[in-house]
Design a binder for this molecule. Sequence first.
Ligand code: BG6
Length: 512
Amino acid sequence: MAQTEITPVMQPPKVGKVGDPCAMVIFGAAGDLTRRKLIPALYNLAKSQVLSREFAIVGVARSQMSTEDFRNKLSKDIKEFATEAVDPDLWEWFVKRIYYLAGDFDDKNLYPKLKELLDKVDRDHTTHGNHFYYLATAADFFAPIVEQLAAIGLMEENDRWRRVIVEKPFGHDLESAKALNQKLLSVAQENQIYRIDHYLGKETVQNILALRFANGIFEPVWNRRYIDHVQISVAETVGVEQRGSYYDQAGALRDMVPNHIMQLITLTAMEPPVSFRANAVRDEQAKTLHAIQPLSDEDVLSKTVRGQYGEGIVNGERVPAYRSEPDVPSDSKTETFVAMKLQIDNWRWADVPFYLRTGKALAAHNTHIVIQFRRAPFVMFRDTPVETLMPNQLILHIAPEEGISLRFAAKVPGPAMRLGAVDMNFEYADYFGTQPNTGYERLLHDCMIGDATLFQRADMVEAGWCVVSPLLDVWKALPPRSFPNYAAGSWGPKEADELLERDGRHWRNFEK
Ligand code: BG6
């Protein structure tokens, strides 16, 4: 039942705090992220009046362009990627504070030029010398860029702040993540480094915290006594699109698990933090990650599944096999699907399995978390067919549906005591409408006000890699023999279903 009235306590926050005056430097500004997400998100912040009037952007990239060219290009792009019709007056104000500098990130001469430009921008837009540097570049450049910025004094804080946002992939395994952390931390403080994970920009992901900690009814049952198991599915219908060369090096495991899926696990499983301060929340997330039981080599063989899609039909369209995608070798051994069973070794979750899966070219685009509760004792319903005695499930729908539903049993009307599974649904759109959003607004704004709660700390990134390290090692030693092993448009390899069936459980699949 959709209800349109909301009580005051549930109203979305009014316009938040205005971001500090600052200049944002985007390294890799000619790329897709800038035009598709960053600029539309900044524009939305301006529209919501939470972007300081004293704000400027400096784009840095290899493409030869003038500031004028860059402004013209973004003025065209915004028409395509804005989340709603562009207000010409606001855009005119916005675009005037955009600058461009062409250069190679590994060219030392670039940085004095950048400093000179930033001095001018700081003066012209009274940004108080506050800067944040967004690294939307290939991962190889992350450390060199920050080292160069530090060498020339652009990371020095004093009475202004200097921050750096680092995109994924943060390393390609535990060793490289540690090495990157070490390099960054040798020239900057931890509180200057904002490791971004765009999953934490999603309202529905942030809502996991609200659901758990702003309501009294869930906490008493949120533990091993009442919860049978947890399923986290991040199913995509897209293949690798134009990213074959990146993806073939990364694979589904690295691309999705140590980062996005670990966020979903920690928010679902963490203990209540003592406050919503950045380190209070991140301490609890880190503890949860550390409590994930490391998989032994045998566990990797028995509790994890990898897959690669073959040709098939997704949403009515024929999709080529992964090995036929552009920039993918025809004998690629890279996984496009992964499923696993993990245990969290603490008092709350001992013996409660967490089943995870993610994959490309699957039957439906759907990200959700299923909390399955233990069954009621069956005594009274001994004669009821077992499939109608579906256990209670609380489902957190993250994408594309945004909401929460609760499945429970109800009596089917009629003379006999028959049971049917029914759903109680909450949909965001029914209560709060839909706010056009790229998913980056909150994260960029948080960086401008110095709130690192939704960003990864060094220890969390490393703990995420620790979880997947055994899989990387065993899978490397034992290349897959049966790839491709699932058809595009299916729900992944049959072994992923068997992983749950062996435990008497089933994945909950949502068709849309
Ligand atoms: C990215 C991955 O980080 O997340 C992509 O590199 C993936 O492969 C994407 O498709 C998924 O994000 P979302 O927000 O569409 O679920």
